[in-house]
Design a binder for this molecule. Structure first.
Ligand SMILES: Nc1ncnc2c1ncn2[C@@H]1O[C@H](COP(=O)(O)OP(=O)(O)OP(=O)(O)O)[C@@H](O)[C@H]1O
Length: 226
């Protein structure tokens, strides 16, 4: 089984007076590990949020192929009030299921969450207050919640920002392994060395698509990123 392909057809997005996305046409192949790169403010997060149904846009965005489980999404690390009395387990229960959060996670979800925390190097951290974790640790928890249950499409918005070297390798290995099992990965990434290391295909976007092709060609197209 493979994750879905994603097709963006003439997607435009305007916020206030700013044209954020302009006629974006893009196809991400089923089962690809695809990176979105481009300058700050170039519209990468907005494109992903349009895909998630969180941003009004014109044009169409559609999935092709199998898509039986919810997608996984790791947002940019949000500001978090460290005093909020919420443990890692509470957060995962809140984000991962539709029943009231005060009931906690179901037994099956708890087991899946524990396994996901282990896979992101956060085993045994479930009872810690989320606010007591470092930025890199919080980022790992967000990744854990995105892979519990295992999605067929995983969307990552700079998941290794602020993570130490060992953590970066762990995330790369985990994402690559999921991709090998058929999960479609869409990864917003500023680290071109990492892109070349892990991605099969890449899109450079700055309001419009400037380049779309194999990741190994990114070096010869650096002028479109700057
Ligand atoms: N909710 C919003 N309201 C108004 N403008 C917004 C909103 N979200 C994004 N923008 C604007 O849209 C443009 C694109 O922002 P976006 O976050 O999509 O870029 P990005 O490529 O992800 O940037 P970065 O690399 O810095 O994360 C920016 O000019 C930003 O100010």
């Amino acid at each position: 089984m493979r994750g879905p392909a994603i097709v963006f057809d003439n997607v435009c997005l305007r916020l206030g007076g700013t044209q954020v996305l302009d006629q974006v046409n893009l196809r991400i192949e089923a089962g690809a590990l695809h990176c979105l790169v481009g300058p700050n403010g170039g519209g990468k997060t907005s494109l992903v949020r349009a895909l998630l149904g969180q941003m009004p846009h014109s044009g169409t965005i559609r999935f092709e192929g199998e898509f039986t489980t919810p997608l996984g999404y790791v947002p940019q690390l949000p500001d978090f009030d460290r005093n909020v009395p919420m443990t890692v387990n509470d957060l995962m229960a809140l984000l991962g299921q539709r029943r009231p959060a005060f009931l906690g996670a179901s037994r099956a979800a708890r087991a899946a969450n524990d396994q996901a925390l282990e896979r992101t190097g956060m085993a045994g951290m479930g009872k810690k207050p989320f606010g007591s974790l470092s930025g890199g640790q919080r980022q790992r928890v967000l990744l854990a919640q995105a892979i519990s249950p295992m999605p067929w499409l995983l969307i990552l918005d700079e998941p290794t920002a602020g993570i130490d070297e060992a953590g970066v390798r762990l995330v790369e290995a985990l994402v690559t392994e999921l991709n090998t099992r058929g999960v479609t990965i869409l990864w917003i990434n500023h680290d071109l060395e990492q892109v070349k290391r892990i991605a099969q295909s890449v899109t450079v976007i700055n309001q419009r698509v400037l380049f779309h092709g194999p990741a190994e060609q990114i070096d010869s197209r650096l002028e479109v990123i700057r």
